[in-house]
Design a binder for this molecule. Structure first.
Ligand code: ZN
Ligand code: ZN
Length: 189
């Protein structure tokens, strides 16, 4: 998780220097940034570089900084049953407290319970990367489907049954009859 000073700062690390520390002071942060990485689950997610629309309010509170608002982004993936490419949208609500490094909260909580101001290695910043990753992971479906009744793929030939001719099936000979048929054939020779 540690970032080092020289690497370009992630667009999800917000500069809050102009907020100041007076409790009650606020700043709106409305911006669309390119997602610095792929965010999501195996079958569906926000692609790296996809636009993340941040609509956030950053407020100074006595112990730190409270970030609230929404993050919205397009998603891409594939249907878990028929593998058809899917596109969609995800929107998450964020409510995230970041404690000042010298606050009581800092002294009494672990960094994985409550974020820290400046945790990304740059003072006066808050790093929204992990909260966004966590919230998007919860918001996306584990089993994305192209439609709720997706029929999936034919187990025999692999074509998508949604678009196959109605009643698509393969004539299958019962394996016991197949054996008999083989015997009969042999007798004929
Ligand atoms: Zn499907
Ligand atoms: Zn088939």
């Amino acid at each position: 998780m540690a970032r080092h000073g020289r690497t370009p700062r992630s667009p999800l690390v917000l500069d809050i220097a102009r907020l100041g520390r007076r409790p009650g002071s606020m700043m709106a942060f409305q911006e669309t940034v390119a997602s610095p990485m792929r965010i999501g689950l195996d079958l569906i997610g926000i692609a790296e570089g996809a636009p993340l629309t941040l609509d956030l309010l950053v407020q100074a509170v006595s112990e730190g900084v409270l970030v609230t608002g929404t993050v919205a982004a397009p998603t891409t993936g594939e249907c878990a049953r028929c593998l058809t490419p899917l596109t969609g949208e995800v929107e998450i609500d964020l409510t995230e407290l970041f404690a000042y490094p010298d606050s009581t909260t800092d002294a009494t909580t672990e960094a994985d319970e409550v974020g820290r101001v400046g945790a990304a290695g740059v003072p006066d910043t808050v790093d929204l990367e992990q909260p966004i990753i966590d919230a998007v992971g919860l918001a996306l479906p584990f089993v994305p489907l192209c439609r709720p009744d997706c029929a999936g793929l034919c187990a025999d030939c692999g074509i998508a049954l949604n678009t196959a001719e109605p009643g698509h099936h393969h004539d299958k000979v019962d394996p016991r009859w197949a054996k008999l048929a083989g015997l009969v054939e042999r007798d004929d020779k």
